[in-house]
Design a protein around this ligand. Structure first.
Ligand code: ATP
Ligand code: MG
Length: 365
């Protein structure tokens, strides 16, 4: 079996540190291991439109922002095919056929979609859920299966989408009696806190739509401000510090290494020691924020600097996306043709169709 990696991001904003630990770092590991036949990274603008239909400018303006973030973290256009979802018509066509394999209650049972509907207040009667939004997991199944991707590096909010995709794959192969589509699996981060990094506001997920992000491209001052404004539990400095639900410590768990301690907090050798001492009492949240800021500045500085370099040559970026989209169309069209052939709706390319129909009418006359 071939190893085909696929993953995507919605161009609803620049990428944030949740993307970085949840998905981008896995993508870089996979890229460096090199054990793949095809590696596709897609900018999912059509999916972004499912909840931004009246704000196309936002989606359009973020396509290159996301592309810049990809290159800034080290995704390599020599190894990866970058493409834009809306420019690959086969994906919409596949979505249409897959929609018939999924029931309405099944679509609405998806826990990620459910929580997003509540978050966007679509469940309030006067607003209503756009059909395209409720069905975006089906279009995601089209994205994945069009490339026969089997390896999907994502955060854990995507698990229900991959489950839905696998159901569609099984249903298609069973219904049309041929193993055309391939089942996929998620590659989640090993570090549990990275599977769903919380927002700076303490919300359980950092998300572009929730305005609680530290972006990969934020400047030094902005990062510092965001870290300083993170909520902490009020207490006297000598009182024991609480770790559970403490976002500062969650971020440290995601980003800190022992080198950071040597450089910025030499009283401790590692996070375990710092955690124990914090829990005993005597360390104020101001000190933790200062350390976290030092760590985050170290992590984000090189990314931001690389991004500035790529910003100097926008035409090349567009060219990478354009040629990648041409290649992606070729692969997706091949799968679409195979799907239509398997379903028996490839009339003009099917030599049997003409004879079959002639015979049918010969018999009746
Ligand atoms: P939006 O609010 O528009 O949905 P988002 O911040 O959720 O944006 P997506 O483009 O939906 O970002 O997600 C892209 C990828 O990044 C997915 O694989 C998702 O699992 C991962 N991801 C997004 N946010 C986080 C997070 N806070 N922690 C870990 N992974 C995340
Ligand atoms: Mg999302």
């Amino acid at each position: 079996m071939k190893n085909i990696i696929l993953t995507a991001d919605r161009p609803t904003g620049k990428l944030h540190i949740g993307h970085y630990v949840g998905s981008l770092m896995q993508r870089i590991n996979l890229q460096n291991k090199g054990n793949f036949d095809e590696y596709i990274v897609m900018i999912a603008d059509a999916q972004a439109l499912t909840d931004n239909s009246r704000n196309v400018v936002k989606v359009r303006d973020n396509v290159l922002e996301v592309m810049l973030d990809y290159l800034a973290v080290g995704l390599d256009p020599k190894k990866i095919t970058f493409c834009i979802q809306s420019q690959i018509p086969a994906l919409s066509e596949l979505t249409e056929y897959y929609m018939n394999l999924v029931t309405l209650p099944r679509v609405l049972r998806n826990p990620t979609v459910k929580s997003e509907i509540a978050q966007k207040e679509y469940d309030k009667e006067e607003v209503g859920v756009p059909v395209g939004f409720a069905c975006y997991p089906i279009s995601q199944a089209a994205d994945i299966t069009a490339f026969k991707a089997n390896i999907i590096p994502v955060g854990d909010d995507q698990e229900p989408m991959l489950e839905q995709t696998r159901e569609i794959v099984r249903s298609f192969n069973r219904t049309y009696n041929k193993d055309v589509l391939v089942e996929c699996k998620a590659v989640l981060p090993d570090n549990e806190v990275c599977c769903r990094l919380p927002g700076t506001d303490g919300n359980s997920k950092m998300s572009k739509s929730l305005n609680n992000c530290i972006y990969l491209s934020d400047d030094e001052e902005t990062i510092k401000k965001k870290i300083n404004s993170m909520s902490s539990f009020p207490r006297n400095i000598e009182d024991p510090g609480i770790i559970e639900g403490n976002v500062m410590f969650t971020y440290l768990k995601a980003f800190v290494n022992d080198e950071h301690f040597k450089k910025y907090y030499p009283e401790f050798n590692n996070l375990e020691e710092l955690t124990k001492s914090y829990q005993k009492g005597g360390i104020g949240d101001g000190r933790i924020k200062k350390f976290l800021n030092d760590v985050m500045q170290d992590v984000l500085r090189p990314i931001r600097e690389r991004r500035r370099e790529f910003e100097k040559d926008i035409p090349s970026l567009i060219e990478i996306l354009k040629s990648g989209t041409v290649k992606a169309n070729k692969i997706a069209n091949e799968t679409l043709n195979e799907v239509k052939e398997t379903m028996g709706i490839n009339y003009f390319n099917d030599p049997n169709f003409v004879n079959e129909q002639i015979n049918k009418y010969n018999k009746t006359n």
